[in-house]
Design a binder for this molecule. Structure first.
Ligand SMILES: [Zn+2]
Length: 84
């Protein structure tokens, strides 16, 4: 694996862990004083940009995961996460 790929994959794993915690907080309502609906990346679970007015997500993939998908590294990143 190239150094860049190793970094990208390890950041993906960090995002997954972070997102799991963040989602728990969101589900408890701590970040949703007005019951704002958040949208999450389908790959790592990090919050993605969304259109607040229309409550629709702009993308189902976060900008960091877009790179992994583009380069064909996503499957390997997921395997690494599952093995971690
Ligand atoms: Zn993501």
């Amino acid at each position: 694996m190239s150094e860049f790929k190793v970094k990208a994959v390890s950041q993906f794993i960090n995002r997954k862990d972070y997102s799991t915690l963040l989602r728990k907080v969101d589900e408890n309502g701590a970040h949703q004083p007005e019951k704002l609906k958040f949208f999450y990346c389908v790959h790592c679970g990090a919050p993605v940009d969304f259109d607040v007015e229309n409550a629709v997500s702009i993308s189902d993939t976060c900008s960091n995961c877009v790179l992994l998908v583009k380069r064909g590294w996503m499957e390997e990143a997921i395997r690494n996460y599952e093995g971690s």
